[in-house]
Design a protein around this ligand. Structure first.
Ligand code: B12
Ligand code: SF4
Length: 525
């Protein structure tokens, strides 16, 4: 029987829109709001009513809420595609129109139709095309594929934060720019989102941040591919080439970034932002200072490797290595920015000694948090293509699934390391990676790092958050069997609840959007 619907009363318009973020692990509380759900909710015309939103990182979808003729939108990245397909099949069985979108569906639309039984797949950005898809479903004539494309920054919609469930997330998420001019070999962003930065307008970003703060969110992830889309080197190169048009474009983007940070700085002082940024920004003290003033307190920095050979492996020559790397990472700390260093293990140039060397560098460089991921060939990347052609096509299937479609292999059978290494066995890489996590997040190390926050309460909060981070990312990601994954998930769920309270603030319903810098200056005749 179809479950009762809380926002019924639209008997004249029975079609319901469901948006589902798939996950095979549910924690009850989640760290960051999955932005796409609330952007697609904003793209849903009012005539369809408020969509029913399910984020499975909180709770599993109750398929009984889906009725015949409803539209079920499922967003997938590679890591949750398998669960997404299960949901697609379940929704189709209930007679609903099934629509897939997100980065993985963009790369493999055929797969979503075949395994997820999608009636339609949206490739690229959903903001503009979604209403068309809904109208076609309503007319019982959805097209198999829609091209959402790469829309311009001004077309990005403001997320519907009014639909957020209560007491569920620690951080809000707001995007300020999409696309990244770099071309790292393990990353798909520059290929799917493009290398041309597409910044949103400053006003649109500010309105969303204020909306979230009004609701009591004071921690906000700026969910950008790269918060620093124009480096000083880019500017110097364009100038040296005498390319005045490019210099003007780059300058305009840079100025707008500063304008954004000036306006963020006018917001309440309890706001805390976190973003992702390239290491080159360490050469730009003016930018780092503006970030600090805007209360951008931390950033994920893709360090990836600590040796020049490792950086070459991933086409990231613009990063520093060795002692210069330590110095660059410390620069962020000097400018008041905490670093979440992201390191990759399993690169062809890695050796057993690389693990200790990486841990040692991370500790000496004073990074506040770190993640140690194992090289995974994500579709859409240069690495994937190379791996597919050289290794995957020749490998034996796992559980009947070709290795080149590793995300379709059931979780319990999934290999932990995909790329064969010239000198180390897969298990050695996994075990050494796990050891590095264990040592970086040992109680002693966390306690030492916790001195970066004032007061005993602050230090205790830091310990909680470090342990939560470790449980959510290391233990659920690289544990070798599903029993350990479930245990880690239970621990994470247990830690998550008290952690959430550390992030909340009293709502500020009266908070106004700060005026642009010029307008804020009083004019005297
Ligand atoms: C923020 C972010 C995170 C946050 C996520 C927080 C959260 N709760 O959402 C954190 C830090 C936790 C994270 C973690 C990881 N991430 Co991440 N992340 C991002 C990032 C930078 C932005 C995502 C975002 O919010 N975008 C804004 C929204 C509005 O855009 P969107 O999701 O693309 O949605 C639009 C369209 O895709 C489309 N759409 C999406 N869904 C649907 C559904 C339907 C029905 C329709 C019609 C349209 C549609 O419309 C939307 C609006 O335009 C992206 C980069 C990127 N450019 O996407 C990487 C990215 C998604 N992450 C990636 C990866 C690899 C990871 C990790 C595996 C990293 C790691 N090694 O640990 C983990 C995995 C986490 C997990 N649970 O599995 C990859 C995914 C690659 C792939 N092929 O799947 C990306 C693309 C980055 C990259 N370097 O390649 N990530
Ligand atoms: S890893 Fe970061 S810097 Fe490299 S292309 Fe992807 S988003 Fe850009």
């Amino acid at each position: 029987m179809r479950a009762a619907w809380p926002t019924s009363g639209r008997e004249d318009f029975p079609l319901r829109v469901h948006l589902v973020n798939p996950s095979h692990l549910s924690f009850g509380v989640a760290v960051i709001t999955p932005r796409w759900l609330y952007v697609l909710a904003a793209a849903t015309p009012a005539a369809y009513g408020d969509p029913a939103i399910t984020d499975e990182t909180l709770t599993v979808l109750d398929v009984n809420t889906i009725g015949a003729g409803d539209v079920v939108g499922i967003g997938i990245h590679t890591g949750n595609a398998l669960r997404g397909y299960e949901l697609g099949r379940a929704a189709r069985e209930r007679g609903a129109w099934v629509v897939f979108g997100g980065i993985h569906a963009t790369l493999y639309p055929e797969e979503a139709r075949e395994l997820g039984q999608a009636h339609a797949v949206v490739r690229g950005d959903g903001d503009v095309i979604w209403s068309q898809v809904l109208d076609d479903c309503r007319a019982a004539a959805p097209r198999p594929q829609y091209e959402g494309g790469r829309i311009e920054g001004e077309q990005f919609l403001r997320a519907r934060w009014d639909l957020l469930p209560k007491d569920s997330y620690m951080w809000g998420s707001v995007q300020t720019v999409r696309g990244c001019p770099k071309h790292c070999s393990f990353c798909s962003v520059w290929r799917t989102d493009g290398q041309k930065p597409r910044p949103r307008t400053v006003d649109a970003v500010l309105q969303e941040v204020v909306d979230l703060r009004r609701r009591g969110y004071r921690f906000i992830a700026l969910a950008d591919d790269n918060f620093y889309p124009v480096s000083l080197t880019d500017l110097r190169l364009a100038e040296a080439q005498g390319n005045t048009a490019r210099v003007a474009t780059l300058q305009a983007i840079r100025s707008e970034r500063f304008e954004l940070m000036r306006r963020l700085a006018q917001l309440p002082s309890d706001l805390v932002f976190f973003t992702q940024i390239t290491m080159e920004s360490a050469e730009d003290p003016e930018f780092l200072d503006a970030m600090r003033n805007a209360r951008i307190r931390g950033a994920l920095i893709g360090v990836e490797a600590v040796t020049p050979e490792g950086l070459k492996d991933v086409y990231k020559d613009f990063n520093a290595s060795g002692e210069q790397l330590v110095e660059r990472l410390q620069t962020f700390r000097r400018h008041g920015l905490h670093v979440l260093g992201s390191f990759i293990f399993g690169l062809p140039s890695d050796r057993p000694a690389t693990f200790d060397a990486t841990l040692d560098l991370a500790q000496r460089a004073g990074v506040t948090f770190a993640q140690f991921v194992m090289l995974t060939p994500f579709p859409g990347t240069v690495d994937f293509k190379k791996w597919e052609d050289t290794t995957a096509k020749k490998a034996a299937p796992v559980g009947g699934i070709p290795l080149a479609r590793h995300w379709l292999i059931p979780q319990a059978l999934r290999p932990k390391v995909y790329v064969p290494h010239p000198v180390m066995e897969a298990e050695e890489i996994r075990a050494r990676t796990q050891q590095v996590w264990d040592r970086f997040y040992s109680m002693g190390s966390i306690w030492r790092r916790s001195s970066c926050v004032p007061g005993l309460r602050g230090r205790l909060a830091f310990i909680f958050i470090s342990k939560l981070y470790r449980q959510m990312y290391a233990n659920t990601g690289i544990a070798t069997d599903s029993a350990r994954v479930s245990k880690a998930a239970r621990w994470a769920a247990l830690l998550a609840r008290p952690c959430r309270h550390l992030f909340t603030a009293d709502p500020m319903p009266e908070l106004a959007v700060p005026m642009p810098a010029e307008a804020a200056v009083p004019h005297h005749a």
